[in-house]
Design a protein around this ligand. Sequence first.
Ligand code: GLU
Ligand code: ZN
Length: 310
Amino acid sequence: MSKQEIRVRIAPSPTGDPHIGTAYIALFNYVFSKKHEGKFIIRIEDTDQTRYRAESEAMILDAIRWFGIEWDEGPDKGGPYGPYKQSERLEHYQKAAKELVLSSHAYYCFCTSERLADLRKKQTESKLPPGYDRHCRNLDPKEAETRVNAGEKHVVRFKVPTSGATSFEDGIRGKVEFENSKLDDLVILKADGFPTYHLASVVDDHLMKISHVIRGEAWVSSTPKHVLLYNAFGWTAPHFTHLNLLRNPDKSKISKRKHPTSILYYKRKGILPEVLRNFLALMGWNPGGDQEIFSTEEMIEKFSWDRFSL
Ligand code: GLU
Ligand code: ZN
């Protein structure tokens, strides 16, 4: 049997200036894929229509290209699993959501925003954790289907098991486990027919044959939801590795309100891309010894996760 091809991706959302954190995550994805003669993919996650900024997509691609790492498949160059832009893949998510409804892993929810706001208010007042009360989880599926066909506004929610735990093996952190009772019945398809991040990301990582998901630690708490989705579909989940976020010397998160976080800022300042790559590499990794300057080729040659530190 042939070895599984290593396929990794970054999945930036075009919501603003290309963030330096995206360059950092991209670098490690790139280096890991090249180390294993695999593929590095860019996928644009533009399903949040409220935050979408048209000019941002081209800026992200330009910034990553300036940063000096080249992708094998992406929105501008295509590839065998395209399109690489989520707004052009809606049929895949709608089909997948339907599949989960039919297999009783998901259900239609007709709750109005007024009802949900009211629920939240009551939960806050009684100091209960906020969350959906699973009001529509036990509706008769036939009846729900009739309401959908009649055009009633609805979302699709995923049925999270109410007991037990979900775990995954993080490439750096080891076993990470979450109690299912702490997870909400998350929305997977919104009323406008667009998927949420969770559904789109799982469906695409599966269809694009992503073998390793390497992303920021902000997504650790999303991963159990993704694992549950993979199980519900009967798909094998990729390996997950969550990298630390970039921080200030005092350990606080860098934020665009206080600091320049755009990749383009460094470009404008005249920082050379190879210097930025070297600098960002050392934010998480070191090759051992006291070598502080190395090229990306050298990094690929010497790279291993056991020299990565959180
Ligand atoms: N669209 C997400 C982001 O903007 C992708 C997270 C992931 O890699 O799954 O970071
Ligand atoms: Zn509902």
